[in-house]
Design a binder for this molecule. Structure first.
Ligand code: FES
Ligand code: FES
Length: 158
């Protein structure tokens, strides 16, 4: 066990934990941030996706010690960022069905748009292809991302 310091959604947490624990366990069970979901536990479904230093990662499969001194972003923090427009597009397009995969979908989309703010449809589909949705919401996810990309090309950015 060790005292680990984590910056999550701009808030610094200092807690005692096993540094080898998966980041997902820490977010959900120690910090109470249950918006990030457990799906497969083996980096195959994307339900647990969060951002670490702006990049989408599978939090079930990285050790918490690798996220120390980095900026961690979870679904709970999105509303306070410019990417709330993407969250709103998810609502406008009525993307979620059961909703279980959707925080991972949104965080993956945000990580992708940070690196490629003006993607083609093919690039969007490629970037999102690793996030599994058992309800089959893929066409709505594409529409929501397209709508934000279109809007941002008209304005100054998302
Ligand atoms: S729970 Fe992490 S990828 Fe499935
Ligand atoms: S909305 Fe049900 S798993 Fe994606």
């Amino acid at each position: 066990m060790a005292i680990i310091r984590l910056n999550v959604n701009g808030i610094v947490h200092e807690k005692e934990m096993d540094p080898h624990m998966p980041l997902l366990w820490v977010l959900r069970d120690i910090l109470g941030l249950t918006g990030t979901k457990f799906g497969c536990g083996i980096a195959q479904c994307g339900a647990c996706t969060v951002l670490v230093d702006g990049k989408a990662v599978r939090s079930c499969s990285i050790r918490v010690q690798s996220a120390v001194d980095k900026d961690i972003e979870t679904i709970e923090g999105v509303e306070a960022t410019p990417f709330r427009s993407l969250q709103q597009a998810w609502i406008d397009e009525q993307v979620p069905q059961c909703g279980y995969c959707q925080s991972g979908q949104l965080m993956n989309a945000i990580g992708f748009l940070k690196s490629n703010p003006n993607p083609t449809d093919e690039e969007i589909l490629n970037a999102m292809s690793g996030n599994i949705c058992r309800c089959g919401t893929y066409p709505r996810i594409l529409k929501a991302i397209q709508s934000v990309v279109e809007q941002s090309s008209k304005n100054t950015g998302i």
